[in-house]
Design a protein around this ligand. Structure first.
Ligand SMILES: [Zn+2]
Length: 409
């Protein structure tokens, strides 16, 4: 930790511009205590790590300080300095008595209090929720920043997000993003335009921006750039299908078997299945799978001109949720919408792509879903479908509905 209590009760903070000699003097004549448990602390003035306070080996402190890495200590200090550089009043390792929580950095803006949590090691979702709600209940806005060391990149536009990393997902208009900071490169990392491919893999764009170029407002709204990974998304969806088919786990085997019983095959499914929708993040089950269930339960049995209602579609969806064949994703910071929005958006996308038509009461099949006999045929149909409808698919993610000419989709 960077702040300790002195014998007289005052705080002693290492963030001031001390030199080694001054601190060595203090270490000789002063005793420092942990602000949380009150036990004595050691002032560490090593050459490898940032200078910090540490509990004695045998100490038992409930607080998390001992697990703090240098990466975390550096980042917390840099975030604090960045706020100061932006003329924002801030405190480091500040205790908020109302909610009985200590935040890495607290700052004040327009009569509001913001608590920055810079998380560089996995945290239990229960603890994440407890801390988030603790702040919110006392009118404090939490700002969760994922340590850059926890961002897992698999390819240029492909990222792995497990349950822990998904906790940091936030919405801005129609896009999902994640706020991260790297204390080694001193850059904010904006992971934006996230679209799930499978349970743990998402397409997205990562933009590192040096902290001195980042404005305070970017903590609330990421710098917007257009989503340009449509071809990446197609590529990853195809890869997902092949891998799913070649290396199925026991649960995936059950799904493949259901396809088989219904005389469908994962690799020859209609290209209308597996499409990205803005609220798709609320569902952990891969888009191809949850949309295929809808196909098997509903669309598969309908001919051109046949009708169905939204309630019927919702019922089939909820039955799969009930049987845990469709699983929702925990995104505590995603406050707008839920997984039923994904269903609504998907039906709307099918209307926009002229597969369905609707009025206020019901939907009807306008053009039949086109399953193929062979994989080659499917690839061909898929290509045509994406060529025809890429604009409809991408416009769902635009904050402003009109696309500029020449924009990459
Ligand atoms: Zn302690």
């Amino acid at each position: 930790m960077l702040v300790a209590k002195r014998k007289n009760g005052d705080n002693f903070s290492l963030i001031h511009h001390w030199n080694r000699h001054e601190l060595e003097e203090y270490r000789r004549k002063e005793v420092f205590f942990c602000p949380d448990c009150g036990q004595a602390l050691v002032l560490k003035l090593g050459r490898k790590r940032i200078w910090h306070f540490s509990h004695q080996k045998e100490a038992t402190c409930s607080y998390q300080y001992e697990r703090e890495s240098d990466y975390h200590l550096q980042g917390k200090l840099q975030l604090y300095q960045w706020l100061q550089d932006n003329q924002v009043e801030a405190d480091i390792e500040h205790y908020l008595p109302n909610c009985n929580q200590r935040a890495d950095v607290v700052f004040y803006r327009e009569n509001k209090i913001f608590a920055v949590e810079f998380q560089c090691s996995p945290l239990d979702p229960t603890m994440f929720l407890k801390r988030t709600n603790g702040y919110l209940q006392h009118g404090i806005t939490p700002i969760w920043i994922l340590g850059g060391n926890q961002v897992k990149r698999l390819g240029e536009n492909l990222f792995s997000l497990n349950q822990f990393q998904s906790l940091f997902l936030q919405q801005h208009e129609k896009q999902w993003y994640l706020l991260s900071y790297c204390s080694q490169s001193r850059c904010f990392l904006f992971l934006q335009h996230l679209i799930p491919i499978s349970t743990n893999k998402m397409i997205g764009t990562l933009t590192p921006i040096p902290r001195n170029e980042v404005k305070l407002v970017h903590l609330f709204h990421p710098p917007t750039r257009n989503f340009r990974s449509f071809s990446q998304w197609i590529h990853q969806l195809q890869k997902f299908k092949s891998n799913y088919y070649i290396y199925p786990n026991p649960q995936q085997r059950i799904i493949l078997n259901e396809f088989y019983v219904n005389r469908s095959h994962l690799l020859t499914l209609p290209p209308e299945l597996g499409l990205p929708v803005p609220s798709g993040i609320f569902i952990e089950t891969p888009p191809l799978i949850w949309q295929s269930f809808l196909y098997l339960d509903l669309f598969h049995h309908l001919l051109v001109g046949d009708t169905f209602t939204y309630s019927q579609a919702l019922q089939s969806f909820m039955t799969r949720i009930h049987h845990k064949q469709i699983v929702s994703r925990d995104v505590p910071l995603g406050r707008h919408g839920d997984y039923t929005n994904a269903l609504k958006e998907y039906l709307q996308l099918l209307v926009d792509c002229s597969i369905l038509d609707n009025n206020s009461e019901k939907f009807w099949i306008k053009c039949s879903f086109s399953a193929s006999d062979t994989i080659d045929q499917q690839r061909e149909k898929e290509q045509k479908f994406y060529q025809m409808h890429s604009k409809n698919i991408m416009k769902q993610f635009l904050s402003h509905p009109i696309m500029k000419q020449g924009e990459d989709v």
